[in-house]
Design a protein around this ligand. Structure first.
Ligand SMILES: [Zn+2]
Length: 136
C-alpha cells in the first residue's frame, strides 16, 4: 500500500471503477482473479485497492493489494492455465530444492562416518541460506 488510504466502496461501485480504470482487461465481477506480474501474486477484484490520486486532481487509481507492490492494471494478466502451471512448477522446484538440500546434508553426515581417511572429491558447497520470504 502506498501513502494514501484506500476508499470504502460498495461492490457495485468498486466493480464500476475497475471496469473504468482497467482499460486492458474487462472485469465481470469482483471475484475475478488476475495475476500480478510485478509481485507474482494472484489477486481478486475485491482485494484491489482503490485510492485517490495524490496530485490533487482527485482522480482515482487502482493498485495491487500486495504490500509494497503498487502495480497498475496493465501489469495484471488473466491467470490462464499455462500461467497457473508455471506457478505450480516454481512451487515444485522450490520443494525439490529443499529435498535435495536435505538429502545432501544427510549424505554428508553419512560420508563423514564411513570415508574417514580418504580424500573427498566433492567439495562441500556453502549453504544456500534461507531464501524463503525473500519477497517480504
Ligand atoms: Zn502486485
Amino acid at each position: 500500500m502506498a501513502l494514501v488510504s484506500s476508499i470504502k466502496l460498495s461492490d457495485e461501485e468498486k466493480l464500476a471503477i475497475l471496469q473504468r480504470l482497467d482499460q486492458f482487461r474487462h472485469w465481470h465481477s469482483l471475484d475475478e482473479k488476475r495475476y500480478c506480474l510485478v509481485c507474482g501474486e494472484i489477486i481478486t477484484g475485491r482485494e484491489i485497492h482503490v485510492i485517490m490520486g495524490t496530485r490533487g486532481n482527485r482522480s482515482m487509481r487502482i493498485i495491487c493489494p500486495t504490500k509494497y507492490c503498487d502495480a497498475m492494471p496493465i501489469e495484471w494478466v488473466w491467470p490462464t492455465d499455462d500461467l497457473l502451471i508455471k506457478i505450480a512448477m516454481v512451487e515444485v522446484e522450490r520443494n525439490w530444492l529443499c529435498l535435495i538440500m536435505r538429502v545432501g546434508r544427510a549424505m554428508q553426515s553419512y560420508g563423514r562416518k564411513t570415508t574417514s581417511g580418504t580424500i573427498s572429491r566433492t567439495r562441500a558447497k556453502p549453504p544456500l541460506g534461507q531464501r524463503q520470504h525473500a519477497e517480504d
